[in-house]
Design a protein around this ligand. Structure first.
Ligand code: F6P
Length: 322
């Protein structure tokens, strides 16, 4: 291979720039040119490709977001869209592709592989819902951002004797919510995997009040079976809860910011691994962290299900919240 391309797709996540940099510099070392595709599958379909030089990826390690920009694209999901993408890659003499993104983006990468085009994926998503890898690029930074917010909210909650409902991202996966709850000391956490009822949340907050706590925190995953606004209304209408209730939806603030040391290292290792795998003839695979080892797994396995959360964490959340 003499020319490959790299793209970021779907929701951005901190560390994606570090991955792009590692892809470009690893390929350069092997005498391979790297083209950047702007705005994910949208740029792939429109042919928005440009040569990435070493200088262009200089000074981006510490930047959140993605210098290549990203998009969610519907057209690529169709067989016609996929054929057009293939045509664009051939027009630019691109021989292999590195695709950084979440489940949807990896699914797209798999389609190209099935059409015979060499592709390696990198898991990039704050949700930690990609199966087969211990973690994905951006998860650690997002979790630190959530914890920072949670610590601040606890200060004000405690000063006013209030309970806070904090909604965190994660799509259909409760990983961020559960970890934030354990590491931030929440009283209860509602996730898609453990969907406590609104009555159970009320009971947990009431218990905290009766035990003399000056504050209480309930973390709610965005994939919970009810909206955090509904829960807040429900709790406000329950006189037994004791605390006054406030709601904070953290939203997209969780996606931005400087990547942590962990995410920079993870992204760098994955970028290096992806290029080496592609040049060694691998395709249809995704880089995956397994313990200390960086390996590749079939993309099929990565997108086959939502990454299951280690059971012990749910148990820990339960008894540590006392
Ligand atoms: O997958 C990352 C994520 O931030 C999810 O946690 C969230 O559900 C979704 O993307 C939000 O998407 P958008 O940025 O398109 O609103």
């Amino acid at each position: 291979m003499k020319r490959i391309a790299v793209m970021t797709s779907g929701g951005d996540s901190p560390g994606q720039n570090a991955a792009i940099r590692a892809v470009v510099r690893t390929a350069m070392e092997q005498g391979v040119e790297v083209y950047g595709i702007r705005q994910g599958y949208t740029g792939l379909l429109s042919g928005d490709f440009h040569l990435l030089t070493s200088v262009e990826v200089s000074g981006i390690l510490q930047r959140g977001g993605t210098i290549l920009q990203t998009a969610r694209n519907e057209e690529f999901r169709t067989p016609q869209g996929q054929k057009r993408a293939l045509r664009r890659l051939n027009e630019h003499n691109i021989e292999g592709l590195v695709c950084i993104g979440g489940n949807g983006s990896l699914n797209g990468a798999l389609k190209l592989h099935q059409l015979g085009f060499p592709v390696v994926g990198l898991p990039g998503s704050i949700d930690n819902d990609i199966n087969g890898t211990d973690t994905a690029i951006g998860v650690d930074t997002a979790l630190n951002t959530i914890l920072d917010a949670l610590d601040r909210l606890r200060d004000t909650a405690s000063s006013h004797q209030r309970a806070f409902i904090i909604e965190v991202m994660g799509r259909n996966c409760g990983y961020l919510a559960l970890m934030a709850s354990i590491l931030g000391g929440a009283e209860i956490v509602v996730t898609p995997e453990r969907p406590f009822t609104m009555q159970e949340v009320a009971k947990a907050l009431e218990d905290a009040y009766l035990r003399g706590k000056t504050h209480a925190i309930a973390v709610v995953a965005e994939g919970a079976p009810y909206k955090s606004t509904e829960l807040t209304e429900f709790l406000n209408a329950d006189p037994n809860v004791g605390f006054e209730i406030r709601l904070t939806i953290l939203g997209h603030i969780q996606r931005g910011g400087t990547p942590s040391a962990f995410d920079r290292l993870l992204a760098t290792r994955m970028g290096v691994k992806a290029v080496r795998a592609l040049l060694a003839g691998e395709s249809g695979v995704m880089t995956a962290l397994s313990g200390r080892e960086m390996k590749t797994i079939p993309i099929e396995e990565a997108i086959s299900k939502i990454r299951p959360i280690t059971e012990t964490y749910f148990e820990m959340a339960r008894f540590l919240s006392r």
